[in-house]
Design a protein around this ligand. Structure first.
Ligand SMILES: Nc1ncnc2c1ncn2[C@@H]1O[C@H](COP(=O)(O)OP(=O)(O)OP(=O)(O)O)[C@@H](O)[C@H]1O
Length: 669
């Protein structure tokens, strides 16, 4: 684009802006209000614009080379106000007694002083001005200039996506006007109206994409997996335990989907330890009995290894070949080549793996089902990948991070939801205790007594998010302190994110085989690890973790019939931290915790926090604007499901939009 050289292009790209379209859709994150205000109506520390006459000479005082202060008096109506500009000495010559000036700054009512931020020589036509996210490489003013040019040059390409009828019904602005007013609103009211439309617009676009994919996938090569019922029954009968009613119910839902020739796209929710893995195993087996291959994708190597071992055991007597494909496998070229060959010729029935599974050279003979663990890490994009490989397998996504039902339905509008609502019988609720740091020894004493009784324990070292190195240092420190205290009587192991995958697996296997009594770990242990003999979980600096994460960590214990304990060691510095500790001690129920999590967290937090498993929006907030999201969903459904959808001329813009998006590969993550 004119006015964007290579340097600016790179800088914009780092801000996630690669096209003119993206630029025009990257709205200001806040607006400065330049409407001239009256002294009588403004409050202390408010950012305001004042207009007055300069009533004294400007006095410039310098402190050292870089710092300075510029003072002068301004007569605003009949009051005299002191104006101070810091570190803008170049403004001094522009200030002349008797001259009229408009100044934007922060008001200090006690001292009757305005800390000047900006001098507005001509008040301009707009009362408010957008502020964009900028960076070291590209300044605010530059971005603004580029946006103005882009709008002028390309505004005619902003075609309406939302059909006129819907726009009229909800009094939404035409797209061009909406984009204009998001960037250059004349006042607060026009900014508010533009935001209202932009929120709807964003949710609507999200929903039409979801629903369009759903509709086409439903129609497209949905596979009918005619599984063998008798075989399935004998597999379930051979399990080492009786399935819970909840497990049976979700298995029925899944099997019924698989049996139909519509495309299955189902989310399986279940609290930590509720037995999702077994349900997955049944589904995988069903696919195999129908003559298809099946894949299980998980987020970490440890989990891949763990699940592969578990499935190997479960399938041992059932003539199912299980293989493991991770980046660790990739390092052994020959093994990998062999493995790919057998995926291709169909000798491997079930493959367990990480992201390595979606690489281009992984080709299946006849893939019928993909099960993913932790839905939010394998989004729609991954599904598209499989589609691009030429097969559209049925998809079952498992998650232990429940989100409230209303939100789940609207966010994953394209998915059906199954929920495991009970834990296996005989589970005792985990006893959770919150202790202050000075009480750490008490917790360790308790832990030691449990070790004496033959139990195993996890100790989670404090999380340092900013620095992996510090994180590791912490874990090592905790490890050596504990080792000193407990060895030689008990053995202590260490597990952290910087270890190689094979090392991690070795440590986990050793812990499972009870070669260690205590495992010191960073949060790599968070999801899915299953060692039923471990009954004590001790989390250091617990207030550094979010609720969902704490619940996941705690879920590593209480996985057998023995009484389990969780110690949260924390001296929280905020009320929010205290509330989190309290929630954890009050309930073991992941659904309640998820609900509390949403209530406690500010809206800003929620979007920043990937844990919540909710896609990111720019303008709208799926929690605060849930109503709008629901309306957008209903409207989108009505439009997309209209049999004449493709033919209607009022849907032209929407169709163009969908074609563009689908051609680019869809991304909502
Ligand atoms: N119906 C059941 N009765 C008894 N034990 C069960 C039952 N179902 C599963 N289990 C056992 O409970 C433990 C937890 O099951 P699983 O690992 O499948 O849970 P999960 O839902 O995947 O948990 P997470 O989300 O924490 O990974 C396992 O040791 C499993 O063998």
């Amino acid at each position: 684009m004119k006015g964007v050289g290579p340097k600016n292009a790179v800088a914009l790209s780092k801000l996630g802006i690669n096209t003119v379209g993206e630029l025009l859709q990257t709205y200001p994150f806040r607006y400065d209000d330049f409407a001239v205000r009256k002294l009588s109506e403004i409050t202390d520390q408010e950012k305001v614009t004042l207009k007055g006459t300069v009533a004294s000479e400007a006095v410039l005082t310098r402190f050292g080379r870089k710092k300075s202060r510029l003072n002068f008096r301004l007569l605003v109506d009949h009051d005299v106000v002191m104006v101070t500009f810091f570190n803008q000495p170049y403004l001094a010559p522009k200030i002349e007694t008797g001259q009229e000036m408009v100044i934007y700054g922060k008001w200090d009512s006690k001292r009757q002083r305005l800390a000047g931020m900006k001098m507005l020589f001509n008040a301009g036509t707009n009362d408010i001005a957008g502020v964009y996210r900028s960076s070291k490489e590209i300044k605010q003013a530059t971005i603004k200039k580029i946006v103005v040019t882009a709008y002028e040059l390309y505004k005619d390409l902003l075609i309406d996506i939302i059909p006129l009828e819907t726009r009229t019904k909800f009094r939404l602005l035409p797209r061009q006007k909406m984009v204009h007013d998001m960037h250059f609103p004349v006042n607060q009211t026009s900014a508010r109206l533009a935001r209202r439309s932009a929120t709807f617009d964003e949710f609507f676009r999200f929903q039409v994409k979801l629903q369009f994919i759903r509709k086409t996938e439903h129609k497209e090569q949905g596979i009918r997996l005619a599984y063998n019922n008798a075989k399935l029954r004998s597999f379930i009968a051979a399990l080492p335990f009786e399935l819970t009613d909840a497990q049976k119910k979700v298995i029925n839902e899944i099997c019924s989907d698989m049996h139909h020739d519509v495309h299955m796209n189902r989310l399986l929710q279940g609290d930590v330890g509720s037995g999702k893995t077994v349900v997955a195993a049944v589904a995988l087996y069903a696919a195999v009995t129908a003559g298809f291959q099946a894949a299980l994708m998980v987020p970490t190597e440890i989990l891949a290894q763990q699940h592969a071992e578990k499935l190997d055991r479960l399938f041992a007597k059932f003539d199912v070949t299980v293989a493991l494909l991770t980046s660790a496998t990739a390092s052994r070229v020959k093994t990998r080549r062999e493995l790919l060959k057998h995926l291709n010729d169909g000798q491997i029935n079930v493959v367990v793996g990480t992201h390595a599974l979606i690489q281009d050279d992984v080709v299946f003979k006849r893939l019928g089902l993909v099960v993913t663990d932790e839905q939010h890490r394998f989004g729609v994009n991954q599904r598209q990948k499989f589609k691009q490989k030429g097969t559209l397998p049925d998809v079952l996504a498992m998650t232990a991070t429940p989100i409230p039902r209303t939100l789940a339905i609207t966010m994953y509008g394209e998915m059906d939801i199954s929920t495991i609502t009970e834990l296996p019988a005989g589970r005792q609720p985990i006893e959770t205790v919150w202790l202050r740091e000075k009480q750490l020894q008490e917790a360790l004493l308790f832990l030691t007594r449990q070790l004496e009784l033959g139990a195993q324990a996890y100790v989670i070292s404090p999380l340092i998010e900013e620095s992996e190195m510090m994180d590791l240092k912490n874990a090592e420190e905790v490890f050596s302190r504990l080792a000193k205290q407990l060895e030689p009587r008990y053995h202590v192991g260490l597990l952290h994110g910087r270890m190689k995958a094979t090392e991690k697996n070795d440590v986990m296997s050793a812990f499972k085989a009870k070669k260690f009594d205590v495992l010191v770990a960073t949060t790599v242990i968070e999801v899915g690890v299953d060692v039923p003999n471990a009954t004590v979980m001790l989390i250091l600096d617990a207030d550094r973790f979010g609720l969902a994460q704490l619940h996941q960590l705690r879920g590593r214990v209480g996985r057998g019939s023995k009484q389990s304990y969780c110690f949260l060691i924390a001296d929280p510095k905020s009320e929010y931290g205290v509330s989190r500790m309290k929630v954890m001690t009050e309930t073991n129920n992941g659904f309640i915790i998820a609900q509390k999590d949403l209530e406690l967290r500010g809206q800003g937090d929620l979007l920043g926090n990937k844990q919540a498993g909710v896609p990111d929006f720019q303008v709208g907030d799926p929690v605060a604007d849930l109503r709008v999201l629901q309306v957008a969903q209903t409207e989108a459904a009505e439009i997309i499901n209209d049999p004449a959808f493709m033919q209607k001329s009022e849907n032209k813009g929407l169709l163009t939009y969908l074609k563009q998006e689908l051609a680019q590969g869809i991304s909502f993550d």
